[in-house]
Design a binder for this molecule. Structure first.
Ligand SMILES: [Zn+2]
Length: 197
């Protein structure tokens, strides 16, 4: 069964649980509970800032935070990360006790506390260890904007979006900047948690 990410890298969905054979998103009531919860949750997360950036800068300087690209953990206990801060999470998870909280909602709180205490990944950590076997084998991600709109319609959500790019007075970063070869090399696309080494 093919696995796909929607909106943010990290959480993985079984393609056939959430999409029809034509590649359309299924109606929510036809999607099993766990992936449905994650999909709905994602509509709230896709434009949020990275947690580590946010802990650094706070609400007053939210425009300085990078937008999250990666999500780990459980719905309502997520860790949101930008590519620059992903190594800190992976380091904490593998080397500093984080894996103890795998599968729990306290994972995020514990990680935030670790960051707030001034911890981070050592220089260079995570740059080579987590290379994905074959990122090209993955299906194209579905159109996230369309899915957000569909989900918002079906769930009646008022979307509270913080468009940090707009606040920063910047245009959309261009595609080349958003996904580099290096980013691809760092991807672990096989699981919602960092894989064991
Ligand atoms: Zn960050």
């Amino acid at each position: 069964m093919a696995k796909v990410s929607v909106g943010l890298r990290g959480w993985r969905f079984d393609e056939e649980e959430i999409f029809t054979e034509e590649g359309e998103l299924k109606p929510l009531d036809e999607i099993p509970e766990d992936p449905r919860e994650r999909l709905v949750r994602l509509t709230r997360l896709v434009e949020e800032p990275c947690d580590v950036c946010y802990l650094d800068f706070g609400e007053a300087e939210i425009h300085r935070c990078n937008q999250a690209r990666i999500v780990y953990g459980e719905p309502r206990g997520e860790v949101l990360l930008c590519p620059a801060h992903e190594p800190s999470f992976i380091y904490w998870f593998h080397e500093d006790g984080g894996s103890e909280y795998k599968g729990t909602r306290t994972l995020a709180d514990r990680f935030h506390a670790w960051v707030a205490a001034g911890n981070e990944a050592p220089e260079g950590y995570g740059s080579v260890e987590h290379v994905d076997e074959d990122p090209d084998a993955l299906p194209d991600p579905p159109d996230e904007r369309e899915i957000q709109e569909r989900l918002a319609e079906e769930t009646g959500f008022e979307r509270e979006r913080i468009d940090i790019r707009k606040l920063a007075g910047q245009d959309e970063p261009d595609e080349d900047e958003r996904l580099t070869e290096e980013d691809l090399a760092d991807l672990d696309l096989s699981t919602e948690y960092p894989s064991d080494r």
